[in-house]
Design a protein around this ligand. Sequence first.
Ligand SMILES: Nc1ncnc2c1ncn2[C@@H]1O[C@H](COP(=O)(O)OP(=O)(O)OP(=O)(O)O)[C@@H](O)[C@H]1O
Ligand SMILES: [Mg+2]
Length: 102
Amino acid sequence: MALFGRGPQTAVLAALIDGVRGGGGGGAVLVRGEPGIGKSALLASAETHASALGFSVVRLFGEPARTGVPFAGLQQFLATVHRLTGERRLSRFAYLGRKPGE
Ligand SMILES: Nc1ncnc2c1ncn2[C@@H]1O[C@H](COP(=O)(O)OP(=O)(O)OP(=O)(O)O)[C@@H](O)[C@H]1O
Ligand SMILES: [Mg+2]
């Protein structure tokens, strides 16, 4: 989907992704704005860009119930990579931080 008026923001995310591909160290970007302003659409376009370059894209979601869980985002990431790849060295992370029944 074409994004209107988001050239600078798209360029920041594309440069970060391209930098990783070129051997750069990566980084983090905080995307924030009012509801409906286009945060998800911007990230979707970055995801399309990364996928086109051959990256695997993992989406993580924060939730209020896990705000007290240390490194909840990292745990979610490692558990997701474990699920996708079956990498056995990550198996210890698969259930950390899960609530009973999950
Ligand atoms: N720059 C843009 N060009 C074209 N369409 C856009 C643009 N920004 C947002 N939209 C469209 O507006 C709608 C809302 O955008 P989006 O869902 O990305 O907002 P959001 O900031 O993630 O909202 P929320 O805070 O509710 O998650 C979507 O249909 C999206 O495709
Ligand atoms: Mg959104």
